[in-house]
Design a protein around this ligand. Structure first.
Ligand SMILES: [Zn+2]
Length: 335
């Protein structure tokens, strides 16, 4: 999708378009900002404008992709040989092998386009070796190549990586912009409460509207509530059992549990925010404030920090295919 079709981030995208038209775009960029606000779409738009066969000028963009030519269409379909996409596979860290492959490819001239674009999604998921192996290329990228590191957690990138990329900051979308994206996707239930809970992330709004995220959040909050009042180990194990849920037909218990665990850091973060006495406006899960406020007394301090760590370790264990029930029991005893 061309720049003009990306919702939000107008001034930032106009700057990028301007730099493209003047050929002054830094060759190593970081698209940094919250999840679900359109960073990856912007990276696709950039790949298009760098390779479009029939560029257009459509206000307010001094240059934009046509969206119709062969290159534009291939880029959207993911079949453009000069757009290299690196991302996590099965949620595992991005490895040095994955990075070496693209580093080798950018040494050659583009096959069919003007500019070879390398997009590294969730760049913070590169392990240390992978990040180190990228340093030299980011420092002196081959001519006719463009790197875009997409991340919501730039603090997890090595300082040496961060110092080599020009960081462009994407911000939360306004409620109107989230509404626009959600409606364009044909989601019917874009009500005010959902938009508030989405906290400026269109991706999150869509997940909430689909109901999956709601179920995951409710299960996670319930686990925290039950563990907070548990008097003994047995009560914790009962809570764990409920957290995993009963296996329904065709349902992958492991994936379900991963989803439930993935929402916990944002809940723990909100609890920590409430603990510091900030207003509920700063919350991601603002619609759950009545549940989260009582939990801040329990998980606000060092216990919350330990809980963050435990949730991360539980996710690691699930990725290494430890039995979901064992993981849930372990977590309920650690929270
Ligand atoms: Zn085009």
């Amino acid at each position: 999708m061309p720049f003009r079709d990306v919702v939000g981030h107008g001034p930032l995208l106009q700057l990028i378009a301007q730099a493209v038209s003047r050929d002054t775009l830094p060759p190593s960029l970081g698209f940094v900002g919250p999840d679900g606000v359109g960073k990856q779409l912007a990276a696709t738009a950039l790949a298009q404008v760098l390779n479009c066969l029939s560029l257009v000028e459509i206000r307010p963009f001094v240059v934009d992709a046509c969206g119709e030519c062969d290159s534009c269409k291939k880029i959207v379909r993911g079949s453009f040989s000069d757009l290299l996409l690196v991302e996590t596979i099965e949620n595992k860290p991005i490895t040095i092998d994955q990075i070496r492959q693209v580093v080798q490819q950018v040494a050659y001239r583009p096959f069919e386009g003007r500019r070879r674009v390398v997009v590294i999604n969730d760049a913070d998921r590169m392990n240390t070796e992978a990040q180190s192996s990228l340093l030299k290329t980011l420092e002196e990228p081959p001519d006719s190549s463009q790197f875009v590191l997409v991340t919501s957690r730039p603090d997890l990138l090595l300082l040496t990586v961060r110092s080599r990329i020009q960081q462009l900051n994407f911000v939360h979308l306004s409620a109107d912009e989230v509404f626009q994206v959600v409606r364009e996707l044909g989601v019917e239930t874009a009500d005010a409460q959902l938009l508030a809970a989405a906290g400026g992330s269109a991706g999150r709004a869509v997940a909430l509207a689909s109901g999956e995220l709601v179920v995951a959040r409710d299960a996670a909050v319930r686990l925290m509530e039950q563990v907070a009042i548990a008097r003994d180990g047995r009560a914790r194990l009962v809570a764990a059992q409920e957290f995993v849920g009963a296996k329904k037909k065709g349902q992958d218990l492991r994936q379900e549990l991963i989803q439930r665990l993935r929402v916990m850091p944002s809940l723990l973060r909100d609890v920590a925010v409430l603990w510091t006495g900030s207003t509920s406006q700063a919350l991601v899960n603002v619609d759950l404030v009545d549940n989260l406020a009582p939990l801040s007394a329990v998980y606000g301090g060092s216990r919350g920090v330990k809980a963050f760590d435990s949730v991360g370790r539980a996710l690691d264990a699930l990725e290494r295919h430890v039995n979901p029930k064992v993981v849930a029991d372990w977590l309920a005893c650690r929270l």
